[in-house]
Write a protein that binds this ligand. Structure first.
Ligand SMILES: Cc1ncc(COP(=O)(O)O)c(C=O)c1O
Length: 450
């Protein structure tokens, strides 16, 4: 995928950064790793000036559009007021007030910088609140880079995770101490019976169930009807803190995130990505009764850059736009057009498929019956044709994540014209791959190769 200038820059990058990247997930190969220099609206540009309609959107943060003028002007005005005060300031308060206004059931907020920090702090909060140590997470979910949660993610190998009814935790990286396994119980997604069984044995030792309310890191598989409600009920039964990790879905699938979209209220939500339209900011948010366990002499939470001026100004502006409603009206229009368009094209070609998710975050699976969990994505679905079509589309300047389990992301800068062009390229690519006229395979990050 590299053109002359991006190739030259990537050669320099490989000399000074392991594999030329700052996240393992970004490395595809020495020739195909993406290199960009600019982004505006719904597009990214490589150093040679090639434009790509962008459905990766930095893996989710960009919700309004890249380099949005309103947000950037607002941030520019904040820049001259300093960057960090190590003290409370108005932008922080405004952001917290907006989150409380948007997200049903949120009463208090603590800000931090990244999704990983938000999940780390939320787990310590749940442990401090309950006095228990163990955490339950669902297979196929990603909750960040720290050792408590980097287990049984979408990159895990099936042979390492045990039987569905008796799941085993699979370590996501060497370097994580084996002993951390004692603190984590994995569970298949969308399996209330298995969850009930696990909780009947361990429920009174579990501090928190942390879950993506839809599998944002597993092709946007939705919860089956009643699943989130049953998790909520089980948490209430055993006194477990329910944490929705809304890092991907918060302020994206609805202005009020999963709480609004699914109508199920967890104890704590973790937000990040879309709340800052690309600026680094995150939040732990929830009931006052639990949140007030953060504090001096109680649960520790902190960070030099937590609530910094630039990020909070960006979030203040982003959330203000989201509160107006236009952002999500546009996301729904283009998202529905794309989801329905993909369904029609695949049906015309006689391909059994399932388009699932919400309009601003959706995936496509290819299997007889719709996959219910990460295991079924691996055992029942075939993504080879799809990943070739994705490569074809990249060559046409339409970029979604090459790895099929990462969903499509939309931003409000995507237009109906963009959506039509995308559907046309998809249909062309599909016909060419099916007829054998296009044979290039999918380009996958090395860590996602299964
Ligand atoms: C659901 C979820 N939680 C947490 C994280 C970690 O966020 P960050 O990369 O900002 O640390 C991610 C990142 O993709 C995520 O998708």
């Amino acid at each position: 995928m590299q053109t002359p200038k991006s190739r030259a820059l990537f050669q320099r990058a490989m000399n000074v950064m392991p594999y030329g990247v700052n996240s393992n997930y970004r490395y595809f190969s020495d020739e195909d790793t993406l290199v960009f220099s600019d982004a505006k609206g719904g597009y990214v540009y490589d150093p040679d000036g090639n434009a790509f309609l962008d459905y990766r959107l930095g893996w989710g943060p960009v919700i309004v559009g890249h380099a949005d003028e309103y947000i950037n002007d607002y941030v520019k005005a904040a820049l001259d007021r300093g960057q960090v005060y190590a003290a409370t300031h108005e932008y922080e308060v405004r952001v917290a007030e907006r989150i409380i206004d948007l997200c049903p059931g949120v009463e208090m907020v603590r800000l931090t910088n990244t999704g990983s920090e938000a999940t780390l702090h939320s787990l310590r909060l749940a442990r401090g609140y309950t006095g228990r140590d163990i955490i339950l997470k669902f297979e196929g979910s990603y909750h960040g880079a720290h050792d408590y949660v980097l287990w049984s993610t979408a990159n895990a190998k099936l042979e390492e995770v045990g039987e569905r009814a008796h799941p085993r935790a699979s370590k996501g990286s060497i370097g994580i101490p084996d002993i951390m396994k004692e603190l984590l119980i994995p569970c298949p997604w969308n399996a209330p019976d298995i969850l009930e069984d696990i909780l009947s044995r361990h429920g009174d030792k579990i501090a928190a169930i942390i879950m993506e309310p839809m599998l944002g890191n597993g092709n946007a598989i939705m919860p089956l009807p009643g699943f989130l409600e049953s998790v909520r009920a089980q948490c209430d039964k055993y006194g477990i803190v329910l944490i929705f990790d809304e890092v991907k879905v918060g302020f994206r699938i609805a202005p009020g995130g999963a709480r609004e979209y699914f109508g199920v209220i967890p104890d704590i939500s973790c937000y990040a990505k879309a709340m800052g339209n690309g600026y680094p900011i995150a939040a732990v948010a929830g009931h006052e009764k639990i949140m007030m366990h953060f504090g001096p002499g109680k649960v520790f939470q902190g960070g030099t850059y937590a609530g910094n001026v630039v990020s909070t100004a960006a979030a203040d502006a982003t959330l203000a736009l989201i509160q107006k409603g236009d952002v999500h009206r546009q996301l729904e229009k283009t998202g529905n057009m794309l989801m329905n368009g993909f369904r029609e094209i695949l049906s015309r070609q006689g391909i059994i498929h399932h388009v699932h998710g919400a309009s601003a975050l959706f995936g496509i699976s290819f299997s007889e019956s719709a996959p219910r969990d990460w295991r079924e994505l691996l055992t029942d679905c075939s993504f080879d044709v799809y990943e070739s079509v994705i490569t074809y589309m990249m060559e046409q300047g339409i970029l979604r994540e090459p790895f099929a389990l990462e969903p499509f992301y939309l931003c409000a800068a995507h237009s109906e014209v963009d959506a039509s062009r995308t559907l046309q390229a998809f249909e062309d690519g599909l016909k060419k791959v099916l007829s054998g006229a296009y044979t290039r395979q999918g380009i996958l990050p090395v860590d996602a190769d299964f």
